[in-house]
Design a protein around this ligand. Structure first.
Ligand code: PEP
Ligand code: MN
Length: 338
């Protein structure tokens, strides 16, 4: 409280705070009083406290992402996903999720060919965008609903669960049989979308925003959990820095950082992090070594003709080689690929 706040004023202020469900602990110093708010402070609005005429300073001791925080759930969270055929898939708590596939679904032949090859190499999930967030309105925007239909065919054909990006709640109905809904970097703070997915109960792959801090990333996850959905996989996909050698800068420190702060599984996307296919295997290995719970990698059967992100897409043969390395890294980390 500000200097000169009387005991009576502090008591009255504390009484108002207690009405918001917290206990107030008084520390009276020689010239100032400190009020400690004990209990669930999630509903206390820091901004309005700061605006109060008696308040000198507000310090939040606990993280504002209460439910995403490890304190709320000390054990690592494991996300379980049923596969159309074969065993259930798991991500987190000792299980590595390996998600592979093209940036975007382009044709039946393309998606089925890639799906079959990544499955053969040991991927647990097939990715493929049907609705693409492109920087230019003139670039290929994805096949939309037709892309989803083709992805579902590939799911049926291979038995691989699928991951695809949702850009707009109005498309949600088409995602009924999509196993993991991806929220892309550009939509990490699309709160309308996050609130809707909080209600939907499907696993969400939440990608870190291009210029988002770890705290903002975890607050986005908090939106989902607060809405009732705790089936979340966090994905570090590179952030914007001054460096332009790579498309983004992979923030590998986010992996141990997020895992220290949160119980949620964390995977790494080295494809969007670098934009360079030749760099992908090195960083995929580094991600596993840093404690990631999986990777998401773009794979294309003909990167040169890809309609989106060809430069960062590895070939099915490269992916097969990468998987051999990942098996070894998984063994060192004592993790299972599922
Ligand atoms: C993607 O995964 O295809 C994608 C668009 O990723 P990001 O949102 O991380 O850019
Ligand atoms: Mn892409």
């Amino acid at each position: 409280m500000k200097q000169g706040t009387s005991a009576k004023e502090a008591q009255a202020f504390a009484a108002v705070l207690e009405q918001q469900g917290v206990k107030v602990h008084f520390s009276e110093g020689a010239s100032q009083t400190v009020l400690g708010l004990v209990g669930d402070t999630t509903n206390i609005d820091e901004e309005s406290l700061r605006a109060h005429h008696l308040v000198e300073k507000v310090i939040r001791v606990q993280a504002p992402y209460k439910r995403a925080h490890r304190q709320f759930h000390p054990e690592n969270t494991r996300i379980d996903i049923a596969a159309p055929s074969g065993p259930d898939r798991h991500i987190g708590a000792g299980y590595l999720g390996i998600i592979a596939g093209p940036c975007s679904v382009e044709s039946r032949e393309q998606i089925i060919t890639i799906a079959a090859s990544v499955k053969q190499s040991g991927a647990g999930f097939l990715r493929g965008g049907a609705f693409k967030p492109r920087t230019s309105p003139y670039s290929f925007q994805g096949l939309g609903d037709e892309g989803l239909t083709l992805l579902l065919e590939a799911k049926k054909e291979t038995g691989l669960p699928i991951v695809s990006e949702l850009m707009d709640v109005k498309h949600l109905d088409g995602f009924n049989e999509v196993d993991i809904i991806q929220i892309g970097a550009r939509n990490m703070q699309n709160f309308t979308l996050l609130k809707e997915l909080g209600r939907c109960g499907k696993p969400v792959l939440l990608k870190r925003g291009l210029a988002s801090t770890i705290k903002e990333f975890l607050m986005a996850a908090e939106y989902l959990i607060a809405g009732g959905n705790d089936r979340i996989v966090l994905c570090e996909r590179g952030i914007r820095t001054f460096e332009d050698f790579t498309r983004n800068t992979l923030d590998l420190s986010a992996v141990p950082g997020l895992k220290k702060e949160s119980h949620l599984p964390v995977i790494v996307d080295p494809s969007h992090a670098t934009g360079l296919s030749w760099m992908v295997p090195a960083l995929a290995k580094a991600a596993i070594a840093a404690g990631a719970d999986g990777i998401m990698v773009e794979v294309h059967n003909n990167p040169e003709t890809a309609r989106c992100d060809g430069e960062q897409s590895i070939t099915p043969a490269d992916f097969a080689g990468l998987m051999e390395m990942i098996q070894k890294y998984a063994a060192i980390e004592g993790k299972q690929i599922a």
